[in-house]
Design a binder for this molecule. Structure first.
Ligand code: FAD
Ligand code: NAP
Ligand code: SF4
Length: 684
């Protein structure tokens, strides 16, 4: 047990988070606190050879104090694979490798359940099955409709997989009944058009789910945790209404579940449910609405990332546990830090999806933008250095901050310079974008780490080669400068840079053209169309904007979207043909595009810039010329590396490393900057 871990022998009332740290007695077993690590596919589940890495990943979270872990999804049979050769548990010889995981977790006092997930019509392969032959809008494969015997065989498969999970040492299973996967497809009239014993009325549609829970309980006995993930807010047309959801919850309770977890939104829903622009705990009210209807412990989910948020949900009585998946990827010590009154030391998940979900969708192993060690616990370790050096890190953007704090944490003597009067580099611009408020948390975390590791910080110091005399090693993390444009009128008074706008040096007029539709162009557009407080900080406004029924009563929980009028008229332009935003993150790009569309932003591709005059920005698209009558043209045309210090340093023969934007500006993002910096610092 580490110095910071919880003393589980004395379940005394925690002074700050009494609800979060109250043990939960399930009758046959007790969870040490109310934190459930939610299921998340990492890519390590798919191959037996990755199980040692998976075990190390979960062991760190268990040592970090979490009460109950749920693994990524394992299919109970081959046709339920998420993709070919994805994780599955259906044969006895597949059990042994799981012992590595369960033993590792139990050694640290946590409990672990295996998630049973049959992909249904979301399966990305031609063998997919579903209640009815209806293709999902987000998958090219059309599923085969299960026969009545096929349904029976599937229920058997769930019971068999649960039994194998118990043999593998798991404390229970989570039956995935939400997000639009197979069980959810049976539950919903949207995807279940059967007229046999498994379709039609809500009672017949939910029979598949209740039979699975009943048979899993029967197969595994009374002292086995059975979590059921219930689709409580579907956010798709023709989804279940509230009456149906309550009926389903009661039936699941009667069938023998131990805990009901909350599922929000199908994957094909066009409303964001976990992105950074979603307000914290935006959907906790759904779980609270179900609370009076069942006696089982309920789990609240989605965008719960800090202990005060979790405590409030539990203390208000809206749920009995809180689920966090990505926040524990970001910081395995989250629970211990909360327990020891160090919430300020938490490396907070900023809900960017860039290294976790986006990676999974790109068939890469998951990691975390703010914690590159996530899922790399066996190979990226920040061990104490045997030979401390004097290291200068120039630039306190994400790259410099990560490098300086990891190196100092290992015992090096680090001085961190920045020309600005605050740390953060471009994150100080990112945090000003409505919907990116979480970026403040990363800067708060680094401020803490600077203090904790003893980095000496020199702000308001523009460094030259002379300043760096006497250091053993120099790390250049000087970032980027905006790329200039060369069309006619680029020096006109109307033309400004994103730096001018986001720092407040220029307040653009009512009509604005943005040149460049990359991540920064989209963010600047978001900044320009909003007025007042960010909707992310006002959940009721956010729900109205996206069309969510605030009473959660209607079918699918949908209401008419009522976006507020934009603060400005904005054109977002790019030279390449096609839809602007096509290169944005896989799981978040559609959100940015939909948000700007709702604000009537004109997004145009295939644009030729003819020039800026007093009349505005002249452009040509497909041989048709027009003048956009804008007050300002904001240039967001990418960046170039800033490393003019390098030649002088090389001439002085000081060992120099170049990282982040200073190294490569093209396709730079904070994920690459932090990962490169951390790996360098681990090797210095
Ligand atoms: P920078 O952040 O540019 O930091 C460089 C630092 O070096 C600066 O603080 C500068 O003052 C300092 N410096 C330069 N020269 C000197 C000198 N001679 N002496 C002393 N100090 C010096 N990335 C994402 O991954 N996800 C996002 O959602 C995202 N959103 C963004 C939104 C906006 C509006 C912007 C502008 C950027 C966004 N980014 C995002 C990009 C991300 O911020 C950058 O990729 C990242 O900041 C690059 O880190 P860096 O440390 O290499 O450089
Ligand atoms: P970017 O993504 O490279 O986009 C630059 C844009 O400018 C492109 O639309 C490009 O498209 C255009 N452009 C390039 N050269 C031009 C020129 N000479 N004249 C006119 N237009 C030109 O860069 P960015 O938007 O500055 O973003 C920087 C990095 O920050 C990105 O790599 C991104 O990963 C990261 N970021 C991420 C997020 C996020 O939400 N994940 C948000 C913000 C930033 P055309 O050539 O087609 O015109
Ligand atoms: Fe959270 Fe982003 Fe890390 Fe994913 S990559 S866990 S969303 S901070």
């Amino acid at each position: 047990m580490t110095a910071t871990s919880q003393d589980h022998t004395k379940p005394e009332r925690h002074p700050q988070y009494p609800s979060l740290f109250a043990p939960l007695d399930l009758g046959f077993t007790t969870l040490r606190n109310r934190v459930l690590m939610g299921s998340m596919h990492t890519g390590l589940e798919d191959r037996a050879r990755d199980f040692p890495k998976l075990a190390a990943y979960f062991a760190e979270r268990a040592a970090g104090g979490v009460g109950l872990i749920v693994t990524g999804g394992f299919s109970p049979n081959l046709v339920g694979w998420l993709k070919p050769f994805a994780s599955k548990l259906s044969w006895p010889w597949e059990v042994r490798k799981h012992r590595l995981v369960t033993d590792a977790v139990h050694a640290h006092g946590a409990k672990i359940c295996l998630q049973l997930l049959h992909a249904g019509r979301y399966a990305y392969h031609p063998l997919s099955v579903a209640p009815s032959k209806l293709k999902s809008p987000i998958n090219p494969f059309t599923p085969r409709a299960l026969s009545g015997r096929g349904v029976d065989r599937h229920i058997d498969a769930y019971a068999n997989a649960a039994r194998l999970a118990r043999d593998g040492g798991y404390d229970g299973v989570e039956v995935m009944g939400s997000e639009g996967y197979l069980i959810n497809e049976f539950l919903s009239a949207r995807t279940n058009r059967r007229n046999d014993a498994w379709g039609g009325s809500v009672e017949r549609r939910m029979r598949f789910a209740t039979e699975i829970v009943r048979r899993v309980r029967e197969a595994c006995g009374p002292d086995f945790i059975v979590i059921y993930r219930l689709s409580m807010l579907e956010l798709v047309p023709d989804g279940s209404d509230w009456g149906e959801i309550v009926t389903q919850a009661k039936a699941i309770e009667a069938a023998g579940a131990t805990i009901i977890n909350t599922g929000i939104g199908w994957h094909e829903a066009r409303i964001p449910t976990i992105a950074t622009s979603v307000p914290r705990a935006a959907f906790a009210g759904v779980t609270a609405k179900l609370r009076p209807h069942v006696a089982l412990p309920l789990v609240a989910t989605n965008r719960i990332n800090m202990p005060d948020v979790a405590e409030r949900i539990l203390a208000d009585g809206g749920a009995d546990l809180v689920s966090m998946a990505r926040p524990l990827l970001a910081d395995p010590e989250w629970v211990n830090k909360a327990h020891t009154g160090k919430a300020h030391a938490i490396n907070t998940c900023i809900a960017c999806n860039q290294a976790c979900l986006d990676h999974v969708f790109e068939n890469k192993a998951a990691s975390c933008l703010v914690n590159p060690r996530a899922c790399a616990e066996t190979e990226l370790n920040y061990e104490a250095t045997p030979s401390p050096r004097r290291i200068a890190v120039v630039g306190a953007g994400p790259a410099g901050l990560a490098c300086a704090t990891v190196a100092a944490g290992r015992g090096h003597h680090v001085t961190l310079f920045d020309a600005a009067d605050e740390i953060g580099g471009q994150f100080n611009l990112a945090k000003r974008i409505p919907g990116k408020e979480e970026f403040h948390e990363t800067l708060r975390y680094f401020e803490h780490r600077i203090r904790e590791t003893g980095v000496a910080v020199r702000l308001s110091t523009r460094v030259d080669a002379a300043t760096l005399q006497g250091f053993d090693i120099v790390v250049l993390a000087t970032g980027v400068t905006p790329r200039p444009v060369d069309f006619a009128g680029a020096d006109h008074a109307k033309v400004v840079s994103y730096l001018d706008v986001l720092t407040g040096r220029v307040i653009p007029g009512k009509q604005v053209a943005i040149v460049g539709a990359g991540g920064i162009g989209f963010d600047v557009a978001e900044y320009l169309v909003h007025h007042g407080v960010s909707p992310t900080l006002e959940p009721a406004r956010w729900m109205s904007e996206w069309g969510i029924d605030r009473d959660f009563e209607s079918p699918g929980g949908l209401a008419r979207a009522e976006p507020e009028l934009p603060a400005r008229r904005v054109w977002l332009l790019q030279r390449s043909a096609g839809r602007p935003g096509a290169r944005l993150g896989k799981t978040t790009g559609w959100i940015h595009r939909a948000a700007l569309k709702a604000k009537q932003v004109k997004m145009l591709g295939g644009v030729e810039y003819l020039g800026v005059t007093d009349a505005g920005l002249a452009i040509r698209i497909d041989d048709a010329e027009q003048v956009l009558p804008v007050d300002h043209v904001v240039i967001c045309a990418g960046q170039e590396s800033q490393r003019e210090l390098l030649p002088a340093l090389l001439a002085q023969a000081i060992p120099v490393h170049v990282i982040g934007g200073a190294d490569v500006a093209v396709e730079l993002d904070a994920k690459r900057a932090i990962a490169q910096a951390s790996r360098l610092a681990a090797a210095l």
